[in-house]
Design a protein around this ligand. Sequence first.
Ligand code: GLN
Length: 452
Amino acid sequence: TRAYLDRIEATRNLNAYITVTADRALAMAKVCDEKLAKGEGGPLEGLPIAVKDLFCTEGVLTTAASHILDGFKPPYESTVTSNLWGAGAVMLGKTNLDEFAMGSSNETSYYGPAVNPWRAADDAETKLVPGGSSGGSASAVAGRAALAATGTDTGGSIRQPAGFTGIVGMRPTYGRCSRWGIVAFASSLDQAGPMTRTVADAALMLSGMAGHDPKDSTSAPLPVPDFSAGLEDGVKGLRIGVPKEYRIDGMPAEIEKLWAQGVEWLKDAGAEIVDISLPHTPYALPTYYIIAPAEASSNLARYDGVRYGLRVDGDSLAEMYANTRGAGFGAEVQRRILIGTYVLSAGYYDAYYRKAQRVRSLIRRDFDQAFETVDAILAPTAPSDAFAIGAEVDDPVKMYLNDVFTVPLNLAGLPGISVPAGLSARGLPLGLQVMGAMFEEAKLLRVARALE
Ligand code: GLN
């Protein structure tokens, strides 16, 4: 824990952390030491980890990287973090993210962008994004300023930053981890998961995070399997699907090559490769960018200047609301609230929101049909390597395109994992994504391990 706290200080330029809880970490580590000395302790005993600042942590500042939660110290602990502490993990601090997890580059954070520890081979000056929204968690793990970290993935926020920083990131099945105590973005899509250096660590972390929680009615009443068992069983005899719709126009040649390389690796390891079709894939991105803002606009209605954080006074209650929300939410969050309110409004509900829900069912059905014949699906994690800070921030549509390979899975509620698979021509990490059927995280981890 001390070594990691030193490393956090040495890597302050990454802006990976919003809050460092050094004293608490040392106190937690001391308790772990005592337990370990007595031969007790959980599976994560003494392991120092970071927590995305979207998880409520009792008595510790929780910001969601938003000005509107100014000074908010939750009186309760999220179930996922509470499970982790129960398993023996030590909290180093709270990591940076896009405001309310809305973004793909960590640039919408009120606390400034987190920085990717990697630099392009031919340009050591330009600072690159770590991806988002779990950018701080990714930077911290890739920069060795945490052994592992929690993330959340509503549309790719674990997998894409994992890909951009050369680490492993897993989004479990919707319902595998409790959402209780995690600041809500889009409740039907949000899911917590691990960000780690290795697949074995991801398996261990997930075991510590997962589990049924009566406080989250969408949490699955299933036992937590030992995700580490069977990790080395290999992929011999598994059928791996390669979806043709993921071959999008304008995909860089090096991403295509990486994908083909991944196919070869799995084939060499004994898997059977099957060409498949997920016909509604082209509609996933627009569907996501209707459903996610719709749910966000509803979830964010609670920030009214009365119950949490920031308040900017006005001459009337309505004016106080408007002043608080105007000053407290950043531009991207306001954009999502506007879009979400619009697609839910009486005149447009049928044309947008209801239509999007129907398409969502079709996307889910595509996956259901595919998983009748294959064990897992292989695709790239993102359509590019990490880009420069500032490069895409003024073009929301370009930014949303980062999520083209990750959002279909969220709409279907399924698990996926990004594994570091090579370097781009610029010497930056690229990730490959393995997608799986409902609650088949163990099988996914096994395939991911074969790619590692
Ligand atoms: N980049 C996506 C968005 O901005 C996904 C974010 C996430 O998964 N939290 O909505």
